[in-house]
Design a protein around this ligand. Structure first.
Ligand code: ATP
Length: 298
């Protein structure tokens, strides 16, 4: 009887391990399911990246044909410029980022990088040129060193340390009992929203992309953390063409141009100062926030 018990106990352990592995697979499939398959054209060419200028020309988009999301969007981001997009929840801001990264193809019009239509390019070359700091960063159940290095496999430890330094997360990492070998993620140390964003910024720094997309976290960070992240982002954004999906006013004030989106259309655009002077929608949003003392955009 005892003999029978031991193997069964052992099987129990194996079963639990398999269950964990399957739970992970489940997650992977769920993630995969979310993105429809974009396939490279047979004659797709690698992106010839020069300055990193972006152009949206009459872009239409829908996820489902019965519900149009973007209507004839037209704007350009000159090389090295920082453009911020603001607007109510559901206006279509994050959709712009998804189209630029080509998780989806436009349903009308076109998007160009340095004059090349994204649909003519290989996805690998496009994604190598773009770094994304997403709203919610996915962390692997692995060491924090591994999680940062993911930005550029093959980076040296010195480069990883330097990126962590620039993202203002190095001191935090080195203060942990296990330092760089600390396991993070679901089954390890849980990082705060601000810490996760810094990991994402460090990854983007390591990747050194020409184009940077920053999808600002909607969840509120304390104002000290937010300021620090803001500062880091401004430093990193220098010399990059940057698209910021903004939820807070502090992010947009220094942008070269602000696009104010409403129901999939650009309602206004200009610098913070010009939009205030125009006295339109942005100006009333600004006034409203000042009166209410609210920091976040609607
Ligand atoms: P928020 O400020 O809340 O992040 P947003 O302006 O970034 O909002 P988007 O995420 O671009 O808005 O979404 C625009 C619209 O598209 C929303 O109405 C949303 O419900 C819809 N949408 C977004 N993703 C999908 C999807 N995968 N399938 C179907 N509809 C979607």
């Amino acid at each position: 009887m005892l003999q029978l018990f031991i193997p069964l106990g052992f099987l129990g352990i194996v079963y639990r391990q398999i269950k964990y592995a399957l739970a992970d697979m489940d997650l992977v499939f769920k993630l995969l399911e979310r993105e429809p398959e974009i396939v490279d054209r047979p004659d797709a060419k690698p992106l010839r990246l020069s300055e990193g200028g972006i152009r949206f020309e009459q872009v239409d988009f829908h996820y489902q044909p019965e519900r149009k999301i973007l209507h004839g969007l037209e704007f350009a981001i000159e090389p090295g410029q920082k453009i911020a997009v603001v607007g109510h929840s559901g206006a279509g801001k994050s959709t712009l980022a998804r189209l630029l990264f080509r998780f989806y193809d436009v349903t009308g019009g076109r998007i160009l990088i340095d004059g090349q239509d994204l649909r003519d390019l290989t996805q690998a070359s496009l994604r190598a040129a773009i770094g994304i700091v997403p709203q919610d960063t996915v962390l692997f159940n692995d060491s924090i060193r591994f999680n940062l290095a993911y930005g550029r496999p093959g980076a040296t430890f010195q480069e990883i340390e330097r990126a962590a330094e620039m993202a203002h997360i190095r001191a935090f990492i080195e203060s942990l009992p296990d330092g760089w070998e600390t396991v993070v993620g679901e089954r390890g140390l849980k990082l705060s929203g601000g810490e996760k964003q810094r990991v994402a910024i460090a990854r983007a720094i390591l990747k050194r992309p020409r184009i940077l997309i920053f999808d600002e976290a909607t969840s509120s960070l304390d104002s000290h953390t937010e300021q620090a992240i803001q500062q880091t982002l401004s430093e990193v954004a220098e010399d990059h063409t940057t698209l910021v999906i903004a939820h807070r006013l502090s992010t947009v004030v220094d942008a070269d141009r602000i696009l104010v989106m409403e129901q999939g259309r650009i309602r206004e655009q200009g610098t913070h100062r010009a939009l205030l002077e125009a006295g339109g929608h942005y100006a009333s949003m600004w006034e409203l926030q000042k009166r209410e003392g609210v920091e976040a955009l609607p």
